[in-house]
Design a protein around this ligand. Structure first.
Ligand code: DGJ
Length: 726
């Protein structure tokens, strides 16, 4: 049993960790522990010491002036009861007041996992994990807050969500509703977070927390390139393999907020969920509101342990569909090979060459539909442009299948250009505030996915295409942020629901299509990694990691993304040199080494590379197929960081049984009169013998003595060493 209630204590236990809450004498639900595993009857509230502090209010029912919610650690902080720190919920009552005062009402422990209607969430069988529901009630407003917890014991994973129910006869307006609060009694944390921009996502940054707030957010309607809904709270001395830290993520793909704060007495709070600036929700009598899931894990073994727990849980208990644990075809995508300038023959030529080198699927990217000759028009007209292609899609699929290749195509279902049949016939499908022109992004606008009729219309067009040609892969792109939003379907007082309903609408369509076409492999994309989050990974086995295909820049992008997201979920391609985004020249083999740090593919015209490089493709494909399972199911180790002074970035994959590994090293900078570079593998069986680079040594020796990197022959050179137990 991983959840135990013992008098007024509720303790959640995983393999290595414990999480504890306590219903105190006033009925408030305090958070008393998250950390190393303890026994479930060990009351960790002894660590809380109250004192009479000035300007820290006390609940009316107590005479104890040392009791204040302003400093007590809580499971779900609220506004209006004397806690002035970051709150999780704000409600406007019918009389205009905004107090929420939540007291414990009841709880229930059950086997299996709770479900969140319409939202992506972790899942597991009854025997695999347990769930807890704690009901909190504000008797005056009639708000019931159901705190939901899920426990995946073997991976040290805890999930949380919240269901808010209006049990009153009044209409309530929810102004802020977050998914989780984590209160820690000490303030010795730093925040590791992942910021970025288009074509440079998830840059690692480690910032001290301060008295006051450090807020990470997206108001773009997507989880965004700029901030990612995954963070790590880390003790100051925590490193990759040492020390305490908590990894925290939202299973959500829209606007979000993560607020962190050190309070007046040096305690740390983190709250996270839907971005409140873009949210308000009218909750009628009897209605309920379900909030996105949050997931977290505690590690006393540095960041690496967080990564292993997240990777295992995501690929086994979040990602769905037949492709998660199955070989994903090595693809070639025509985007950087042709951009919009292609027809069916050109696509076929690319496919033909790729096939001769071992590649398994051709993906025809943007430009095959409507009047899509460039990026100013066509989005929303999902009809095959046979004039441009010089062929029907069915014919093209037949030609490609005839050479034993699969065909995939690109869609951007959420978008519309004004220069389209769709806009001319259904201008109201587009999000546009009345009397305002709005903001363009790449000349395009967003469709009102809060509306079912709009989603159905787009679905019907897509279905027609998918039912008429043998399409085995879809790249689902999304190339702008939402700005001013409006829906003719929402009353003025409900317009604050738009952003949330948009994401629910998107999930609804994704759900429908992935269920209808289980054998089509979906790859997510939002201008690369603008929506690289756990919500999207529920629907897509993989996501195109970034529009930056420069192998050296990708080292950082892949490094940052690897903290939470399984590396097999990262679409990674070998592209041309000089690189189209940075103009950097890199060796062909290095581009492959880096792309094998993800789900491997190509994105260039292989008819245009040298014969030697074509031969290299054959060998790379063979190599990738050899390590395919390792890359998708193995444990990932960040051996060095691309941000360190070290001249190389190195990472390692190791199979679960520790018998096979792949150690990859990329030289980032060269120097004269160079000193030795040692790479220290990790995770090997200490007493087993391993062969690396033709040398046989004991696991322990490799791990402590390291591998001496051969002399570097050129800038940006790379190495791939097999690790084989012998
Ligand atoms: C952005 C994607 O990230 C690219 O790979 C490509 O599909 C373009 N969109 C096409 O417009």
């Amino acid at each position: 049993m991983s959840i135990k209630a013992n008098k007024n204590l509720i303790t959640i236990t995983t393999k290595n960790t414990s999480y504890q809450m306590k219903i105190d004498e006033l009925g408030y639900l305090l958070h008393t522990w998250y950390g190393e595993r303890i026994e479930d009857n060990e009351d960790m509230s002894y660590r809380i010491s109250n004192m009479d502090r000035g300007f820290c209010g006390n609940p009316y029912e107590t005479m104890d002036r040392s009791y204040s919610l302003d400093v007590l650690p809580q499971e779900y902080s609220t506004f209006g009861n004397g806690d002035y720190r970051a709150d999780c919920i704000q409600v406007i009552n019918p009389d205009g007041t905004n107090v929420v005062d939540l007291k414990y009402d009841s709880h229930k422990i059950s086997k299996g996992k709770y479900e969140l209607k319409g939202l992506p969430a972790f899942f597991w069988e009854k025997e695999e994990g347990e769930s807890l529901k704690v009901n909190l009630i504000d008797k005056v407003s009639g708000i019931r807050v159901e705190l939901l917890y899920g426990v995946l014991e073997k991976y040290d994973i805890i999930t949380r969500s919240v269901r808010i129910v209006n049990t009153s006869d009044n209409v309530l307006k929810i102004k802020k509703a977050l998914s989780a609060c984590i209160d820690m009694l000490d303030g010795d944390f730093e925040l590791v977070h992942f910021h970025g921009k288009h074509a440079m996502e998830r840059e690692f940054e480690r910032s001290p927390l301060a008295h006051g707030k450090l807020v990470l957010e997206s108001k773009r309607g997507t989880s965004s390139h700029q901030q990612n809904p995954f963070v790590i709270l880390a003790k100051k001395d925590t490193t990759e393999i040492y020390g305490e830290c908590i990894g925290f993520a939202l299973v959500y793909s829209g606007s979000f907020i993560i607020e962190t704060e050190i309070d007046q007495v040096n305690q740390t709070r983190l709250v996270a969920g839907l971005h409140p600036e873009q949210f308000s929700y009218v909750l009628k009598a009897g209605d309920e509101l379900v909030l996105p899931e949050a997931v977290f894990t505690y590690s006393n073994g540095g960041f690496e342990k967080i990564t292993h727990s997240f990777h295992d849980a995501v690929r086994n208990n979040l990602q769905r569909g037949e492709f998660v644990h199955k070989h994903r075809p090595i693809l070639i995508n025509n985007w950087e090979a042709t951009y919009f300038d292609f027809d069916a023959d050109k696509i076929f030529d690319i496919a033909l060459k790729a096939k001769s080198l071992g590649i398994e699927m051709l993906v025809m990217d943007d430009g095959w539909f409507g009047e899509r000759y460039d990026d100013t028009k066509g989005l929303g007209d999902w009809y095959v442009n046979e004039k441009k292609l010089g062929s029907s899609l069915k014919e093209l699929a037949k030609r490609i299948n005839a050479i034993d290749m699969k065909l995939g195509i690109w869609f951007e279902p959420e978008m519309i250009n004004e220069d389209t049949k769709l806009y001319r016939e259904h201008p109201d499908f587009m999000i546009r505030v009345p009397n305002r022109k709005g903001t363009k992004g790449r000349e395009q606008f967003v469709l009102d996915f809060t509306r079912k009729d709009v989603r159905d219309y787009i679905r019907d067009m897509m279905v027609k295409i998918l039912d008429n040609a043998n399409i085995e892969y879809i790249k689902w792109d999304m190339n702008r942020s939402l700005s001013a939003v409006y829906s003719s379907n929402l009353a003025a007082e409900s317009m604050g629901e738009f952003h949330y309903r948009y994401v629910l609408g998107l999930y609804d369509l994704l759900n429908e299509l992935t269920q209808k076409y289980p054998s089509i492999m979906f790859e997510g994309c939002s201008g690369g990694g603008g929506r690289y989050d756990l919500g999207m990974l529920y629907y897509h086995p993989q996501i195109w990691l970034s529009d930056d295909t420069d192998a050296i820049e990708r080292l950082k992008i892949q490094y940052g993304s690897s903290f939470a997201y399984p590396i097999g979920s990262a679409g990674a391609h070998v592209s041309a040199s000089p690189n189209h985004q940075t103009t950097r020249k890199t060796p062909f083999e290095t581009r492959a080494t880096v792309a094998m740090g993800g789900t491997f593919g190509y994105e260039l015209d292989l008819n245009k590379v040298s014969k030697t490089e074509q031969k290299m493709v054959k060998a790379q494909v063979k190599d990738y197929l050899k390590y395919d399972e390792l890359i998708h199911e193995g444990d990932y180790y960040r051996l060095t960081s691309p941000y360190d002074k070290s001249r190389v970035t190195a990472w390692q994959l190791l199979s679960k049984d520790k018998s096979l590994g792949l150690l990859s090293v990329v030289v980032q900078s060269v120097e004269a009169n160079e000193s030795n570079i040692y790479i220290y593998p990790r995770g090997l069986d200490e007493n087993a013998y391993y062969k690396i680079a033709e040398e046989k040594r004991r696991g322990k020796v490799w791990m402590s003595g390291g591998l001496v990197l051969p002399r570097i022959k050129e800038e940006y050179e790379s190495f791939r060493f097999e690790i084989k137990r012998v």
